[in-house]
Design a protein around this ligand. Structure first.
Ligand SMILES: CC(C)=CCC/C(C)=C/CC/C(C)=C/CSC[C@H](N)C(=O)O
Length: 385
């Protein structure tokens, strides 16, 4: 909450063709919030290489002028990617289940699995996209959506690009309403503010969960639904023959989201939203935020700055002349995608012990988690058929 209103820092956008998020939002009667009409600029050094306009026609002309038909070709490529990706809905409708993210991608299309094996820049170069288009527009997109450059693998690069489409929305009131409503609809017993610190294998096909040496219960199935590699505290596994999961050298990427209510410094060349394609900047993007729902009139505009490190006072003062409120969210947000793992983590760590966030190594996005959750739910339900 910033000065009476809520704003979203992560998991803030959903694509119009993300079927599960769309269907669930309709089921729960959520209203869609579409933030359109903002201009956006791409910064390279001190220069803005592209300034879009709130008028679509002008933006189209500007993009054509700078990048020729590269943008149209990329749109076609991403539409093809979305079509291949969308076969997952039919596969899951048929009850198909997958042990690993690799199996899942391959079932959607062998091309999607292949995309995880090379980096985004090489793919685009091999398809003859121009150097300035790749390094300016596409890199600005990978920076804003995953805080990383074009060395991320081409599957997540494609998801990032789909996440820069015009067809984006969020839930009015906040995307967090989605898991909240799903939880309520499940009628499950919820232990809030209770960290699971230990999983004990009872060796009779069940697991006991512990929170700081206090038993929470005995379960037939356990789903770990948090990023093990991106968590600073560790989970203890007791009475397992082998440790169910070792993160090894898989790392999560640090992203700092600084939310500022205040006024931009007139000496700072502000554009409605700034994306940078340039690693020399201390930020990867600066955007004007809109409250998830307007509860009180905004006294100050609210901005979100993504950066790889916490911002210093001097850096904040470079951007703002007046700061009324600052909030810093320093988190391990998504995998470090340039270290392409030999193998993604499995959805099944041991019989009946599942890992939902294994899917984040393919790509981290709300819909990816919903798909992974459905995969695990299908696996569990098959045991009872
Ligand atoms: C079925 C469609 C439309 C695409 C398949 C791939 C996919 C799951 C696209 C999601 C696009 C999207 C909204 C990406 C967001 S980027 C992640 C960002 N860091 C965040 O905070 O959510």
């Amino acid at each position: 909450m910033v000065m009476g209103n809520g704003y979203e820092t992560g998991g803030s956008i959903i694509h119009g063709k993300n079927k599960y998020a769309v269907d669930l939002s309709e089921k729960f009667g959520f209203e869609k919030k579409v933030d359109s009409g903002e201009a956006m600029s791409i910064q390279k050094g001190d220069e803005y290489v592209l300034n879009t306009s709130k008028w679509t026609l002008i933006t189209v002309l500007k993009v054509l002028y700078r990048y020729g038909f590269n943008y149209n070709r990329l749109t076609k490529l991403i539409n093809g990617f979305i079509d291949e990706f969308s076969t997952i809905y039919e596969l899951q409708e048929q009850g198909k289940v997958f042990q690993t993210p690799e199996e899942m991608l391959e079932a959607m299309s062998p091309n999607l699995l292949n995309l995880t094996k090379g980096d985004t820049k090489s793919l685009l170069k091999s398809l003859d996209f121009s150097e300035n288009f790749i390094e300016e527009l596409v890199q600005a997109i990978t920076y804003v959506n995953y805080g990383q450059d074009l060395s991320i693998h081409a599957f997540v690069g494609s998801v990032a690009t789909a996440g820069a489409d015009a067809d984006l929305w969020s839930v009015r009131g906040g995307n967090r309403e989605l898991p909240k409503s799903l939880m309520a609809a499940s009628n499950a017993k919820l232990h809030l503010n209770t960290a699971v610190t230990e999983v004990v294998n009872l060796k009779d096909g069940t697991y006991k969960l512990m929170s700081n040496s206090q038993p929470l219960g005995i379960f037939d199935h356990v789903v770990l639904a948090y990023p093990i590699e991106g968590t600073r505290s560790s989970l203890k596994y007791t009475d397992f023959e082998n440790t169910p999961y070792i993160s090894g050298n898989k790392k999560f990427h640090r992203t700092v989201a600084t939310i500022v209510a205040g006024h931009v410094n007139p000496n700072f060349k502000w554009r409605a939203d700034i994306l940078t394609c340039d690693p020399t900047h201390f930020y990867t993007s600066i955007s004007l935020l809109h409250p998830t729902i307007l509860l009180v009139a905004e006294k100050y505009p609210v901005y979100k700055i993504f950066s790889p490190k916490e911002l210093t006072k001097e850096q904040l003062n470079e951007i703002f002349e007046e700061i009324q409120h600052v909030e810093v969210h320093d988190w391990l947000a998504y995998p470090e995608y340039d270290t392409i793992p030999q193998k993604f983590p499995s959805f099944v760590l041991q019989p009946r012990l599942y890992y939902l966030n294994a899917v984040e190594w393919a790509a981290s996005a709300i819909e990816m988690s919903l798909i992974s959750g459905k995969n695990i739910a299908l696996m569990i339900s098959k045991e009872y058929q």
